[in-house]
Design a protein around this ligand. Structure first.
Ligand code: AQP
Length: 342
């Protein structure tokens, strides 16, 4: 059977991009997986620490995210749902892997290069100053590799933005296998799920993101029908008459079409065809309705589950126990191969 692993950071209420790009795939996988497949879905709190977090907000986000995962239909009996920070094996294995990771490989990560570019010296564009960036941002992909390898995962459903990190994970698995002389880690492959990049409603040149300060730029899974309507109505589009799907020339309009086609599970070009002679107002009204139809169920379920404190704690505890048990089997081998077992 396959071992499937994926994670999400508790950096805030998930948005429509997280849902359409990642979480809905997890639910679909759970429905379509073979009985012998194992599924791990983790709330990766340690990853969230790479950026400053307010402790109370982080604590609340971790809990709400677990409630969200349950609300969208993940079943804790079928899938192992757990907090990464409840299983110390992730950091233990991350340390071991970091000792096998060439620094040059980490410097080539696009995510790191983007962080560096963002921290460019304001007075001198050519001067890239990494001295103020924390080491966690740099070694983040190693922790991600540990998340995956701790369970000897074979398949990782993540978006294209994660391809490079997964390649690093495979490299590290391969280095470990070769240096220890025992192929204990399978080389995990990217599970091709429906990959959609949902863009910011305010700036359609960047992706919809949890950390954007502009609250109008994203639709939260917890937004009410009125909030959804108002955010879609104020979405940035363009002044070209009519509706066409052209992501390069018309990113805002195309983003709305992407959202609509994702909600109704149709081909985006087919959807675009229906709106050819219509205006943005018409499209926006239909998008708002489709998003509301999609999110109504999860939202109602979230509002119910989030108050079931005992149940949520029991789910987190059981998930952590199963995750620890499964990863401990890996670590017994790893420690032995390294001479760390007695
Ligand atoms: N806009 C998006 N469109 C499609 N998929 C997206 N994902 C994130 N944004 C979009 C996917 O959601 C999964 C979980 O993401 P994450 O929690 O690891 O956070 P992230 O990728 O860094 O993006 P966020 O959610 O906007 O958070 P911040 O702002 O904190 O960085 C991933 O599979 C991701 O591809």
């Amino acid at each position: 059977g396959r071992v499937i692993f994926s994670g999400i950071q508790p950096t805030g209420v998930p948005h429509l991009g997280n849902y359409l790009g990642a979480l809905s795939n997890w639910v679909r996988l759970q429905k379509t997986a073979a009985p012998e497949d194992e599924l791990f879905f983790s709330i990766v709190g340690w990853h969230a620490l790479t950026l400053p977090q307010d402790p109370d907000t982080l604590a609340a986000s971790r809990k709400d995210l677990l409630a969200t995962l349950l609300a969208i239909g993940l079943d804790p009996k079928r899938s192992i749902l757990f907090h990464q920070d409840h299983n110390p094996v992730h950091t233990e294995l991350a340390w071991i892997l970091s000792c096998l990771t060439p620094i040059g490989k980490l410097r080539r990560m696009t995510t790191w290069k983007t962080r560096l570019a963002a921290s460019r010296n304001a007075n001198d564009e050519s001067e890239v100053d990494e001295s103020l960036l924390n080491a966690g941002l740099f070694t983040y992909p190693v922790l991600q590799a540990a998340d995956i390898l701790a369970y000897r995962a074979t398949h990782v459903p993540v978006g294209e933005d994660q391809t490079q990190h997964l390649e690093l994970c495979r490299d590290l698995a391969d280095i470990f296998n070769r240096t220890s002389g025992r192929p204990i880690f399978p080389l995990p492959s990217q599970l091709n799920t429906i990959s959609r990049r949902i863009l910011s409603l305010r700036d359609p040149t960047s992706k919809m993101s949890k950390s954007s300060p502009d609250l109008q730029s994203r639709i939260l899974l917890t937004d009410t029908a009125a909030q959804i309507k108002s955010k879609i109505r104020s979405a940035v589009t363009d002044s070209t008459p009519g509706i066409t799907y052209d992501p390069l020339a018309r990113p805002g309009t195309s983003n709305l079409l992407t959202i609509l086609s994702a909600c109704t599970d149709e081909d985006v070009h087919a959807v675009a065809g229906r709106y050819e002679g219509k205006g943005h107002g018409h499209l926006k009204a239909d998008v708002a309705e489709a998003v509301e139809d999609l999110l109504k169920g999860p939202r109602t379920e979230f509002e119910r589950i989030r108050h079931e404190k005992t149940f949520l704690e029991a789910v987190a505890k059981a998930g952590a126990e199963r995750a620890r048990e499964r990863s401990e089997a890996t670590m017994v081998c790893v420690r032995e191969l390294l001479g760390l077992d007695s």
